[in-house]
Design a protein around this ligand. Sequence first.
Ligand SMILES: [Zn+2]
Length: 80
Amino acid sequence: MIRLVIIAALIYIIFRLLTRSVSSNRGHVEPPPPEDLLVEDPVCHTYVPQKDSESLRLNGTTYYFCSKECLQKFKTNQGA
Ligand SMILES: [Zn+2]
């Protein structure tokens, strides 16, 4: 009778371990990291990943550019 309880407990523990490992492998969808965000270049209007872009902070707003050339054009247009 005691052996039966031990077996039942073992089955329960194994079952719990199996379901936990399955749930951690599946169904866990991570949101995309913020650096994969696409940002619009205000000069040539191309979308570039934020992590690969050139950024410029101006009057409390951050602008993102596909290249240093666009950043430079933007600065020229701003009269800065
Ligand atoms: Zn550009």
